[in-house]
Design a protein around this ligand. Structure first.
Ligand SMILES: Nc1nc2c(c(=O)[nH]1)N[C@H]1C(S)=C(S)[C@@H](COP(=O)(O)OP(=O)(O)OC[C@H]3O[C@@H](n4cnc5c(=O)[nH]c(N)nc54)[C@H](O)[C@@H]3O)O[C@H]1N2
Ligand SMILES: Nc1nc2c(c(=O)[nH]1)N[C@H]1C(S)=C(S)[C@@H](COP(=O)(O)OP(=O)(O)OC[C@H]3O[C@@H](n4cnc5c(=O)[nH]c(N)nc54)[C@H](O)[C@@H]3O)O[C@H]1N2
Ligand code: SF4
Ligand SMILES: [Mo]
Length: 701
């Protein structure tokens, strides 16, 4: 027997970047706990990190390539798999053109250094415009607002939670999600600290969430109406003469235009639309503007709605006109050791919008990708540039994109499909070949994205804990091999060498950074709190913040056309609004194969207000049918008083009952898929992001 050893690494499952301390012996994990010596996460972990061992030992996980045949799946060699895939890419492109090969990259991409570094060259070697990712069912509106206002799609302001006196949280539940586009491990503790020092936390959400429980105040809001609320808050701040230009006064374009246009949104008019009392709106605006420091943070629930682009723009405006943008205690920009934003000065990659449109629904490109809600129709609709082959990488769009059933049908119609994934699941079962990868404890990790979104400037490299077996491949090795076969050029750098190359541009010179140096700091390096960086960091041509970008002004017209509808109360065919939710022991759609994470009470339930349950005459635990204009699901109800009347909620990421998968524990805890109800035609037409919060349903016993 080996001696007991300890390994330190960062958890790769969500955005919090918690440091882990793992003790093990002979490839057996003895314990996974929080790394107290990691200054950033200070020993915090959640139950998902402990399940990393389940992922490592999971018998259902694929280790060698498999190929679908008439008689079921068979193992094939890596060599044969690479040959077959490259032949198919080439022949399909020869027959139908370059754009006939589509790709979708999912969320674990941004948690995987290899996929981050080797994904783009791979897609370049394919040369197709038909590129999709999970961004357009998630944070696209943040990128959109950043590109239009600051000139760079990754310049997203991060709440300075440790130094703020007042925080508004809209459409985010960081007490469960552990924070998103705001890497702050143990987020609940940061909130408690704001309260402890006499500050305030206000949550605005259609559900009284786990975060609301920690906050000082909660306001229920009707789903999809946040843009109106934000306009009213800004209205009050200007009307009461509480707006201030602050240190950015000489770097703001469009101040007066904003002041003028919000005149149309007095709280009295907005109150009925949002369901929030006018006095509460006024009070909130005043408190926010008068607080010494304050920050408004809007996350997933704010982005995945019909006016997600306007919402994220208005959040930035609210922070800016109260002097809290680029200010300590407000919203600040990061400068991590590998600074992708800073490096754009060399690469020129700052983001793009509407350079081309999708073929079927004429939707805009954003930074090289199209909105994934339109993917099924791009596959199913005949014509030039129709997608005939798909490559999915670390994604499960059948469960995670709107109208999953429609996408299943589309995948079935493809001539060829490849999935780079660890499981045979709801999406990958449609592939002809699945290329399995290492994951979690077997992979090296440098968080290229989450250091860029963290509340402090930090750097950390995690080495592999368990070396992969001879038959396994890392994601980056697979992509590198395929790229070489497609473009004929061998990339001379491996993963560590690529990171070394990037680290040499670090703004931090002490210590001199390299992968070797980072390995000497297994608990990470802290370069301090975020600092104001404007106007120098701006990427706009005139080095000014574009407050009143014409695209947003124009989109307000679209918002205004909604006013009469929203004032009308209920849609008789579909009287309920449907929203999603997350659980601490789920991670999107793919961690339900860990027994420890799915045990206990059924979690995939329909949350419904007690008064609504009474009206419908349905009882706790009873099965109901939920129907939208695209589909229906059956699931048990859970009665509560902590959701707005007229709103119901189904957690996202379930629906593992589909046949032909090999995820045995997930199948036993199947639940239903929220995205069998959401509509792929329902979008924020400004950004192309999916509109989940606008889903309307009816409920029958
Ligand atoms: N209605 C509704 N829909 C939603 C949401 C919602 O709140 N409501 N949330 C949205 C959000 S925020 C997101 S990010 C998306 C997520 O959407 P997706 O990214 O499409 O889905 P995931 O469930 O994250 O699936 C990840 C896939 O990657 C695989 N995988 C895991 N680790 C690795 C790895 O290391 N390498 C490789 N190659 N594969 C790996 C898993 O097996 C799984 O198949 O869903 C979105 N969809
Ligand atoms: N445990 C766990 N952690 C996760 C994940 C997970 O699946 N499980 N997923 C990770 C991923 S990929 C992401 S992107 C992040 C997301 O992290 P968060 O942004 O915190 O996302 P959610 O927890 O889905 O919270 C969204 C909130 O928006 C509310 N909401 C819905 N519609 C509206 C609306 O119209 N207006 C307002 N104001 N609120 C609305 C919902 O009630 C919900 O409370 O979490 C990450 N962390
Ligand atoms: S909060 Fe996120 S990063 Fe931290 S242990 Fe849990 S899953 Fe991992
Ligand atoms: Mo996400």
């Amino acid at each position: 027997m080996e001696v007991i050893k300890t390994h330190y690494r960062t958890c790769n499952l969500c955005e919090a970047m918690c440091g882990l301390e793992i003790t093990y012996q002979d490839k057996i994990i003895l314990n996974i706990k929080g790394d107290k010596k990691d200054d950033f996460s200070k020993g915090h972990i959640c139950p998902k990190a402990v399940a990393l061992q389940d992922l490592y030992h999971d018998k259902d996980r694929l280790k060698t390539p498999i190929k679908r045949t008439k008689n079921g799946w068979i193992d094939i060699s890596w060599e044969d798999a690479f040959d077959e895939i490259t032949e198919n890419i080439k022949s399909i492109q020869q027959k139908y053109g370059e754009n006939a090969v589509g790709s979708y990259r999912g969320n674990p991409t941004v948690h995987n250094t290899g996929l981050m570094l080797f994904g783009a060259p791979f897609l370049q070697s394919i040369g197709s415009n038909q590129k999709y990712t999970a961004t357009s069912v998630d944070q696209l509106p943040h990128h959109f607002a950043s590109l239009m206002m600051f000139g760079h799609y990754l310049m997203i302001p991060i709440p300075d939670v440790d130094r703020t006196d007042f925080m508004i949280i809209m459409g985010g539940n960081p007490a469960v999600s552990n924070g998103s586009i705001m890497t702050a491990p143990n987020f609940s503790n940061h909130l408690k600290a704001i309260k402890k020092k006499g500050g305030q936390v206000v949550v605005i959400d259609p559900r009284f969430t786990e975060t609301s429980k920690i906050a000082n105040k909660h306001h229920y809001i009707k789903p999809g109406t946040d843009a109106f609320l934000l306009l009213a808050l800004i209205h009050v701040i200007f009307e009461k003469d509480l707006a201030m230009r602050g240190h950015l006064q000489n770097h703001l374009n469009g101040w007066n235009a904003i002041k003028e246009l919000v005149k149309e949104y007095p709280p009295e008019k907005i109150s009925k639309i949002t369901g929030i009392d006018a006095r509460d709106i006024i009070e909130l605006a005043e408190q926010f503007a008068k607080a010494k420091t304050a920050v408004c943070y809007g996350r997933l629930g704010l982005s995945t709605q019909e006016f997600g682009g306007l919402c994220q723009w208005l959040v930035n405006i609210l922070n800016c006109i109260t002097g809290n943008l680029d200010a300590v205690g407000g919203a600040l920009f990061t400068k991590p050791a590998i600074d992708i934003v800073g490096m754009s000065k060399m690469t020129g990659k700052t983001g793009s919008f509407n350079k081309r449109q999708t073929r079927v629904h004429n939707l805009p490109e954003f930074t090289g990708e199209f909105p994934v809600a339109t993917l099924a129709d791009e596959i199913l609709t005949p014509g030039k540039d129709q997608i005939k082959m798909m490559i999915t990488i670390a994604g499960n769009p059948v469960l995670s994109t709107p109208n999953g059933k429609h996408l299943e049908e589309a995948f079935e119609s493809l001539e060829y499909m490849v999935a780079i994934d660890i499981y045979l699941n709801e999406t990958t079962k449609h592939a002809n070949i699945i290329l399995p990868t290492t994951t979690g404890l077997e992979t090296p990790l440098y968080d290229l994205v989450f250091h860029q979104f963290a509340i402090r400037n930090t750097a950390k490299y995690s080495e592999v804990l368990f070396e992969k077996t001879k038959e396994q491949r890392h994601d980056w090795e697979i992509l590198k091999e395929l790229t070489m076969r497609l473009n004929g050029q061998e990339n001379p750098l491996n993963l560590e060498q690529t990171l070394d190359y990037m680290l040499q541009f670090s703004a931090y010179k002490e210590p001199k950074l390299s992968v070797a140096e980072l390995k000497k700091h297994p608990h990470g390096i802290d370069f301090g709190a975020l600092k104001p960086q404007l106007p120098e960091r701006l990427f706009t041509e005139d080095k000014k913040i574009e407050l009143a970008h014409p695209l947003f002004i124009k989109d307000l017209e679209r918002l205004n056309t909604k006013l009469p509808n929203l004032e009308q109360e209920v849609n008789p065919d579909f009287p309920f609004s449907l929203i999603g939710r997350r659980h601490l022991r789920s991670n999107n759609s793919w961690m339900h194969n860990s027994k420890r994470l799915v045990k206990g009470n059924e979690r995939c339930t329909l949350l419904i207000h007690s008064n609504d349950a009474k009206t419908l005459n349905i009882k706790e635990g009873q099965n109901v049918t939920v129907t939208s204009n695209v589909g229906e699901v059956k699931l048990p109800i859970e009665i509560t008083n902590s959701i707005m009347q007229g709103v119901v909620s189904i957690p996202h990421g379930w629906g593992h009952h589909r046949k032909g998968t090999n995820i045995s524990i997930s199948q036993k805890n199947a639940g239903v898929s929220l995205n069998d109800l959401t509509n792929n035609m329902q979008l924020d037409s400004l950004t192309g992001n999916a509109d989940f919060s606008g889903t309307r349903v009816k409920i029958e016993a």
